[in-house]
Write a protein that binds this ligand. Structure first.
Ligand SMILES: Cc1ncc(COP(=O)(O)O)c(C=O)c1O
Length: 435
């Protein structure tokens, strides 16, 4: 009888490639249990790569801290908030204060609940194909049907009841590389969006999930509609913050400024779980004389605070937050080759060091996580043979590239060799008329 595995988990990438065992890492590389070293090409939690010496040193130092809950004062918590605002948000005068959380999911949930309390409205808004996390209201604004905490099987998905009414704004689905038109160019979509926001406590926008990379104009239009209708605008920079797209944040590439920014994932450079809500001065004024009633034991853990500060200092000193912008042209060229050489590729979009490659195949709206090894996972398994770990976004036909920001061009060349190799699997099926 085979032994029962005690660990339960869900992988973004279903099938064989999820079975790989990682035993170590350095820079942009993972070391696997079978002795291979492969490039980690899709890990938005590792902007400085693996085992950065200054992040490891910060963890060692913070290991001497006593056991503290969120309510206790600890000097490095204040310093981390000061550093976050002073370094990453330098020049953003509208920023008022920071509250730390354990994850981006938790930060999104708490920010959304606060907006409901401030506006007295219950419905919430996001855009099509958004992903905002797996807990509470963040999970409700994760619109992909397979991520609602239910059970998927060959028969479909058993989903729990929804916690909130969610409005989905049209997404800016244009594509830089493959040239699909953007349905939100122009004004026609704004009348419907205005009606949706007039009913909503907040609109939560991220800038990469589902392969959607917002135009500057889209952000400004949503921001103006939110102001006009009294909804708060929360910029979810969980993926795009700290230099993933070049510059500290994606929202800075447009004119408008949000009421809140939520953060997580890469904030502590992988050193410890951490998330944050950054509030504007105007929101802070609204909170004056009240207390934001929310609490959790491990928020702002000393190890998280030390690693957030280490990340901020390394990134600003070594100008890592700027690197992705410098590599944007290289990535665009390489992905244009991918799009022209592989008939199985339907759409390619992205910026900086975050890119999505969508394959021809079934529409994402029908996917419930039921297939054991969908097409994108088969491509990932094939790419791994050539030495790079590329991820799927948990959809059937969507791959994304988001390597550490410290990756070299030579290492990126190896990632593209692996991607070409992986896509031959999809091309064969496409050529055979499977999709
Ligand atoms: C845009 C965005 N927001 C929030 C989250 C949730 O982050 P976490 O799972 O770390 O809570 C994610 C995770 O991928 C994300 O991509």
């Amino acid at each position: 009888m085979t032994a029962r595995r005690r660990l339960l988990s869900t992988s973004l990438t279903a099938g064989e490639s999820q079975d790989l065992r990682v035993v170590g890492g350095h820079g942009a590389w993972f070391r696997l249990a079978d002795g291979r070293e492969v490039i980690d090409a899709s890990n938005t939690a590792a902007p400085l790569g693996h085992c950065h010496p200054e992040v490891m040193e910060a963890i060692r130092r913070a290991a001497t801290a006593p056991v503290l809950n969120e309510g206790w004062q600890w000097a490095e918590r204040d310093e981390a908030a000061e550093d976050l605002v002073g370094i990453a948000f330098a020049g953003e005068d509208w920023v008022g204060a920071v509250r730390f959380f354990i994850s981006a999911s938790e930060a999104n949930d708490a920010a959304l609940a606060l907006c409901q309390a401030l506006t007295g409205r219950a419905p919430l808004a996001t855009r099509e194909r958004a992903y905002h996390g797996g807990a509470g209201l963040a999970r409700e604004l994760t619109v992909q049907p397979q991520w609602h905490g239910g059970l998927s099987s060959a028969k479909g998905v058993a989903a729990p009841p929804r916690l909130a009414t969610v409005h989905e704004l049209p997404a800016p689905r244009g594509a830089r590389v493959t040239g699909q038109a953007d349905p939100t160019a122009g004004q026609r979509w704004t009348a419907g969006a205005r009606a949706q926001l007039a009913d909503s406590a907040a609109v939560l926008l991220d800038y990469s999930q589902g392969g959607i990379y917002h135009s500057a104009q889209y952000q400004d239009q949503v921001a103006a509609l939110a102001r006009e209708t009294g909804a708060y605008w929360i910029a979810d920079e969980t993926v795009t913050g700290f230099g993933r797209v070049g510059g500290w944040f994606q929202f800075q590439h447009s004119q408008s400024r949000p009421d809140f920014v939520t953060l997580g994932k890469c904030m502590s450079a992988g050193g410890a779980p951490a998330g944050a809500v950054v509030l504007s001065e105007a929101v802070l004024d609204r909170l004056s004389g009240t207390s934001w009633q929310s609490y959790s034991t491990y928020r702002a853990h000393p190890i998280a605070m030390a690693t957030v500060r280490a990340h901020l200092h390394v990134s600003s000193r070594d100008r890592i937050y700027e690197r992705a912008l410098g590599l944007d042209g290289y990535m665009f060229r390489k992905l244009s080759e991918v799009a022209t050489q592989h008939p199985s590729v339907a759409r390619v979009d992205g910026r900086g060091l975050h890119w999505t490659v969508e394959l021809h195949g079934p529409d994402w709206r029908g996917w419930r996580g039921e297939e054991a090894e969908p097409l994108a996972s088969r491509v990932v398994a094939r790419a791994l043979e050539a030495g790079a770990l590329i991820a799927t976004s948990g959809e059937q036909t969507s791959l994304f590239l988001a390597p550490p920001l410290v990756i070299s061009e030579t290492e990126l060349d190896q990632v593209f060799d692996a991607l070409h190799h992986g896509l031959t699997a999809a091309d064969q099926e496409y050529g055979a008329g499977v999709h």
